[in-house]
Design a protein around this ligand. Sequence first.
Ligand code: ATP
Ligand code: MG
Length: 140
Amino acid sequence: MAVTRTFSIIKPDATRRNLTGAVTAMLEEAGLRVVASKRIHMTREQAEGFYAVHKERPFFGELVAFMISGPVVVQVLEGEDAVKRNRDVMGATNPGDAAEGTIRKSFAESIEANSVHGSDSDENAGIEIGFFFKPEEIVG
Ligand code: ATP
Ligand code: MG
């Protein structure tokens, strides 16, 4: 299976509870390697741009407000079949539906404050990585 990259965000509910290391450890244990990482506080414009695909959804305003409510850690992850590997360890969007051993089952507070984001396709991974990282910031 091919080694690919995906994009991850450790969301404000997780940084607020000092879970950056705990979340990253679960990503690493799942076979993903952090090849770029930075802690940022997103602007409203960045959050609206990043989540533009959801702008017609009823929760868009709350989602943007949540994502700018505190710092996040944006990361590029590398591994075999990275998009799926990351989504598997993240667990279902709603923590009530997430499987045991997943990040969202372990840490998420709600469907909104669900601790992590992960790209949902190789194509979107490329777009999302480019949204936050310059090529020279990614060191594999
Ligand atoms: P993400 O894109 O953050 O990795 P996801 O792909 O599992 O999560 P999406 O359907 O892309 O889920 O939704 C994006 C984010 O919007 C979710 O992670 C969650 O924070 C929020 N969200 C999704 N559905 C709802 C909802 N019904 N109410 C409130 N927030 C929601
Ligand atoms: Mg999504």
